[in-house]
Design a protein around this ligand. Sequence first.
Ligand SMILES: [Zn+2]
Ligand SMILES: [Zn+2]
Length: 1013
Amino acid sequence: MRLLAILLLAAAIAVAQHIASSAAMRRTVTVTKGTNIAATVSPDRRTIVIDLQGSLWAIPFQGGSARRLTDPLLEPARPDYSPKGDAIAFQAYQGGTFHIWTIKPDGSGLRQITNGHGDDREPRFSPDGSKIAFASDRAFNGSYDIWSFEVATGKLTQWTSAPADEYEPAWSPDGSEIAFVSGIGANGTTIQAVNSTGALRTLCTAAPGAHVDSPAWSPDGKRVAYTQIAAGKSRLMVDGSGIGTDDDVFPFPATWLSGDRILYTGNGKIQATSLETGATSEVPFEASFALNRPAYTRKHFDLDSTASKTVKGIVSPVLSPGGNQIVFESLNQLWLMEIGGRPRPLTSDRYYKEDPAWSPDGKRIAYSSDKSGIENIYILDLSNGAERRITSSTNRAEVGAAWSPDGKKLAFQDQAGATYVLDLDRDQERMVIPAQFAPSRPSWSASGTSISIAALKPYSKRFREGTSQILTANLATRKLTFSEAAPFLSLSTRGEDGPVYSPDGSSVAFVMGSVLWIRPVDRDGIPTGPGHAINQEATDAPTWSGDSKRLLYLSNGKLRLISTDGSKVETVPLDLTWSYEPAAESTLIHAGHLWDGRGAAVRDGVDIVVVNHRIRSIEPHKESLHRAAEANHDRFVDASSLTVIPGLWESHTHEWISGKFYGDRLGRLWLAYGVTELQSQGDPDYRAAETREAFGSGERVGPRFFASGEALDGERVYYNFMRPTYSEAQLQLELSRARALDYDLLKMYVRLPHALQQKAMEFAHSQMGVVAASHYMLPGMAYGMDGMTHVSATSRLGFAYTRTLAGVSYQDVRSLFQASGMFVISTPFQSFPLYAEDPAMVDDVRLATLNTPWDQAGLRAKRDMALGKPAPASETVRPRFGDVAATLEGLRKEEDTVIHLVRAGVLVLAGTDSPLDNVATALHLNLRAQVKFGLEPWQALQTATLLPARAFGVDRDLGTVEPGKLADLVLVAGDPLRNLRDLANVEAVMKSGKLYRISDLVAPFQHLGQTRR
Ligand SMILES: [Zn+2]
Ligand SMILES: [Zn+2]
């Protein structure tokens, strides 16, 4: 008996440990097919070197075992054998910029041969081996050009300089010309050749709608092989005709083995084909990947305790001109706090408020609210509480108010990123900066002659990344001027990290490299000299005192005041707490049908008892239970004609990509479509913390929000809410904020080097117990990254090792995911053709009421395009594969991978990148796509219920409907387990024991749904 008890106890401890910890895993995976493999052949035709999953491998020419040549953190790609066979050139990202490197064929002698801040890619040796041509944006004039490097001397020569992007060079066999791809952005439209005098000729032009890549000259210099992708198919081409047998040829240069035989890669294989006979044969290979994924202890998620917690979500704190008061946004309200005192709320309604700004005289606050239905700007007089709405657009969000120094004008912005000035006396507005991609809030120069914002300046059109710079609009001349924060560096975010101008006109403050900088400026706000950092801690949201002697900012969840010389820093105490919203004490839900989420089974006629936030019991319907509930005055929910399922997860959201413009609608829209859990995959950190607290406390209506901060990025950035990270020391500052704000997930982004990604992951695991995820599979999968946030999305390479342009993931990707236990989020961006199967869903009252007018118009445009109607002029969606039918075929190929992985037991999660893709409807289409192409509805539903709960470490509390779990439920009409389309027929949703009916959710915005069409 005692032994049994001990055994049971041991088992219980084992279960508890299993739940509290991720599973350690060590395994070797054998790969025999490759996704986007590149190949180069030794001149003696004995060896093929391939880039397989981000490492170089050597295999015998006839095929066989692959031997790894490079370290995974080097990130080599696009290998090219030297003509003498003594070296292999490639591009590598180690260090945080693409440069050209070489190694000896045995993998020794690693050497970096270019450097600097330009991205150098696609090296090709000249026929005599004396030079290496490559593509680079190192001229910093807005496009890629063709360059060459002289191996003996290191001398660089620029061969082209057109405004188009020129890339993927290839030397002619006599060395007199370099062929290259020319195009705007990533779409190569022609292959051209240039000689040393700069004379150009066009070798081939892509067919309309097609694009071309990777030229390779025939040995006689008379022909060029290249790849052409059109309508979802990629072919190897010579003289305008397709050759070889493959329709998913990888976009890398082929190798002419003779005038007749060409070696290329495609359809997962290395292939050799004959131009003459068309005979094509495979070069088989086998490569081993060692995965070593250590276990870690998971964070304890406090999801329903009644304890009061200190507020971490302090958004937009602004120091008053007098330097003695702070206004800020927390728990869905604006607060005013005398420094040293307690905060008092300035607002009390449940609508959203944002972007408070002090008038220069300190008497008024301008801010935005959607209390009239959409974000408009209001001015609140602090002396008497009187308020005036000063903008009133009904189809534009008006945010980011900034007072002119004389207090007579307000700058503000719309959802497109345009900046306006409103003359308060004359009630006239004009645009002063045209729409920028996700800019910061505006700031006036002290003279009032100019307005500056942080704006993105991309390096080229080929890749979207650039630096976040200061963009200044001179109001008199209308001239726009970009100023780098420092050479090649960025403002930390484009949001609240500056630029902000000192009232005395001497300087601008901003956050760069995670710390606070001050830089001298001229009368018009243009920097006149280098800046200097005035602190050494993680910094956000600086604002000036009126006397320009101090700055207020946020550091790791605390308000800090600093003198401008950095000599004095103090913490401003803030006494503000929150706790979870209480639920009805007891609820009895009588469910006609219950899918509890654990498997295929559906139960009929059950009574679910919910007490406070959790499910107490689930039993077959009994009259006695009903009577007991009635006697106890419990709430009764008659769902006898409905199906109850677990609340849905959106596993990949960026709430604040559009949250400022949605306001209060966003959380309501999610709930109205059955989504009770949102996992942020990167958001402005303080806003994300505020959302977690506002939704959790019920101050704003919305799902349970799992927060993340800005994703950690590299030297080049794109989004406003990714953090450029330049060094390991700076990374530690970023991680200190992540820990202080208690992120629920750590996201790493497109340009963060893998070495820093690994350091960040180790911190997330050991110091925070949270999952770490990025856009990359390997090498992170091998060292323990928890997830990949897409099957494939933006990659710094311009292609992905996880999916080809045609939408296919081969055996390497499938086997590695299956073995690793890593989660992957599906994000099918091309699911819009499915709106044609249910066109009326777009006209639903929930969308008509809760979507923003512009996103609703975009959604209608997608639906119309899916139905074959011409796209409107302001096109909001572009089919990736050319037309709707080809897009649907691309979706089918993507889902083929998703379905394979789900069946193999991989943690596949439904996510959409919303609001980048449409809020709520895209998630439903995601699940419908899984079912359309092969899964059972219950399997698809698990990708939005149980699997995310498991992946994010909260399956003890969420993911299924079981006694003891949190009561996050959806009540739908119909039978979604048979017809998944019924999933959209949400009648009510319960979050943490609180029930919302659709009528409750749409009520605050209902008057708009009726008038707007
Ligand atoms: Zn019942
Ligand atoms: Zn994303």
